[in-house]
Design a protein around this ligand. Structure first.
Ligand code: ADP
Ligand code: ASP
Ligand code: MG
Length: 451
């Protein structure tokens, strides 16, 4: 069997959903299971609803809600108008919008948004899209069956970024999805959302539908995980930043994971882990051009010094300086414990005899982190930095790559440089507003001209 995940733009409107149904029709012999995102842009709008409501701006929140309601109803009418399932699906969609309105009202009374209620609202997008896509597929004659993802994607209670419970998910998939697939049915589930063992709705973090697909793929021991999106596959850089980025036909798991971690949004950073554990190949395809060859992600793509370039613009650098610090046994461990305790993950690390610099993606707990680090030395925080990463499994063996990269950056200011121990990525910390220019310069240096 295979798992096919369709991102927001691949289910963004009735025409996109119809294309998705056609793609699945062409794969029925491979026993597909379908994971869908919310209709493009919906999750952002839902989060706005939650935030406005909690600020007491209920009128604004309800106006956004009505806009979403109309869009979903229009999609249902376009897909199912005149069909026997129309009224039932429309009633279901209506009930979910009523529930959303109640949630918005409750938040405006409370005047406070917790991660838990944030998830209850944010999960609505996939709760809505999955039954709509299921009905559209049924109308197209496919044996699609809606399954509420919250019954199988069991997670921790870390609302906002819940951790999947792999054993529980595997057991639930065996019990609820495997029999459907064996009968020749096509289960359709929402990505991104899950529930605690107690049944409270959670989410896996933004962009998490890719992660859902790979978790389901691992649990179902799928032969392939397909990520259907709005670009031809993984490219040598984000095409929104580097317009002449080109398609990567075959890439290694470790390279894809690094790229995702350093900003290649085409894959959620956690997507690769479950697939690697089971050695399941991951493919990335364009749902607008299903005839394309896409990208294949496996263990065994040939090594190359630079496979692709990624970047992210909102990085915070924390520096801890202390003349005696590194002479003290266990100093680094104690420093990293501070990040761990405050649930803040560190991306890039550089040390000297007297200082440690680290980069963070997420500055949610920065005040607590800085306060606790002060015990070790002088702490400074540099905001508005960015990271550019050059990724390639053969990078560590290439003597000229580093020189070429630094030359290509030219006059752009460099704040930190780090070559990973595995030699798979070279990360460069630059000013946040030069990340895109740095990506373009590096791309031109490594990819222009080469076929
Ligand atoms: P979906 O809604 O299908 O999950 P996303 O917007 O999350 O789609 O991811 C697809 C987008 O990722 C592309 O439109 C592209 O702009 C961006 N992207 C960033 N880096 C890359 C890359 N290296 N290769 C391909 N796409 C990339
Ligand atoms: N709809 C969710 C988001 O926008 C999950 C996803 O699309 O992967 O973050
Ligand atoms: Mg995505």
């Amino acid at each position: 069997m295979i798992v096919a995940k369709f991102g927001g733009t691949s289910v963004g409107d009735a025409a996109a959903i119809a294309r998705t149904a056609a793609i699945i029709r062409g794969r029925l012999d491979r026993q597909p299971m379908v994971v869908v995102s919310a209709l493009a842009g919906t999750t952002n709008r839902l989060i706005e609803i939650a935030e406005h409501s909690a600020k007491g701006e209920l009128i604004v929140a309800l106006a956004i809600l009505e806009e979403l309601r109309t869009r979903h109803f229009d999609t249902v009418t376009e897909l199912l108008g005149g069909h026997e399932t129309h009224d039932e699906v429309a009633a279901e969609v209506g009930a979910m919008f009523d529930e959303l309105a109640h949630l918005a009202e409750a938040l405006s009374v409370l005047g406070h948004l917790t991660n838990r209620s944030h998830d209850a609202v944010a999960a609505m997008g996939e709760r809505l899209s999955a039954p709509i896509v299921t009905a559209a597929m049924q109308r197209a004659g496919l044996p699609a069956v809606f399954v509420d993802a919250r019954l199988v994607m069991l997670t921790s209670e870390d609302y906002g970024r819940a951790e999947p419970l792999a054993d529980d998910i595997a057991a639930a998939c065996r019990a609820q999805l495997a029999p459907l697939v064996r009968e020749g049915k096509v289960p359709v589930l929402g990505g991104y959302i899950g529930a605690t063992r107690g049944g409270v709705t959670t989410t896996l973090g933004r962009g998490g539908s890719d992660f859902s697909a790979s978790l389901f793929g691992a649990a179902m021991e799928a032969e392939a995980i397909e990520i259907w999106t709005d670009v031809d596959g993984m490219l040598t850089a984000d095409p929104r930043v580097v317009p002449d980025a080109r398609l990567i036909g075959h890439i290694r798991f470790d390279e894809a994971a690094e790229l995702a971690n350093f900003g290649a949004k085409v894959l959620h950073p956690s997507t690769i882990t479950p697939a690697v554990k089971r050695g399941i190949p991951v493919f990335v395809f364009n749902s607008r051009r299903p005839e394309g060859t896409g990208t294949r992600i496996t263990f065994d793509a040939p090594r190359t010094p630079v496979r692709a370039i990624a970047g992210k613009t909102r990085t915070v650098v924390v520096k801890i300086r202390s003349p005696r610090m590194l002479a003290t046994p266990g100093a680094l461990r104690k420093i990293f414990e501070v990040f761990e305790k405050n649930r803040t993950s560190v991306d890039v690390v550089a040390t000297s005899e007297v200082s440690v610099s680290v980069t963070l993606d997420d500055d949610q707990h920065i005040d607590a982190v800085v306060g606790q680090l002060a015990a070790f030395g002088d702490v400074s925080v540099e905001r508005h930095r960015g990271i550019v990463a050059l990724v390639g499994a053969g990078l560590g063996e290439s003597t000229e790559t580093m020189a070429r990269a630094l030359t290509a950056l030219g006059d752009l200011r460099l704040h930190m440089v780090s070559l990973s121990a595995t030699g798979i990525n070279l990360t460069l910390i630059v000013d946040g507003d030069t990340v895109h220019e740095a990506m373009r310069r590096l791309h031109a240096a490594f990819f222009n001209g080469a076929a």
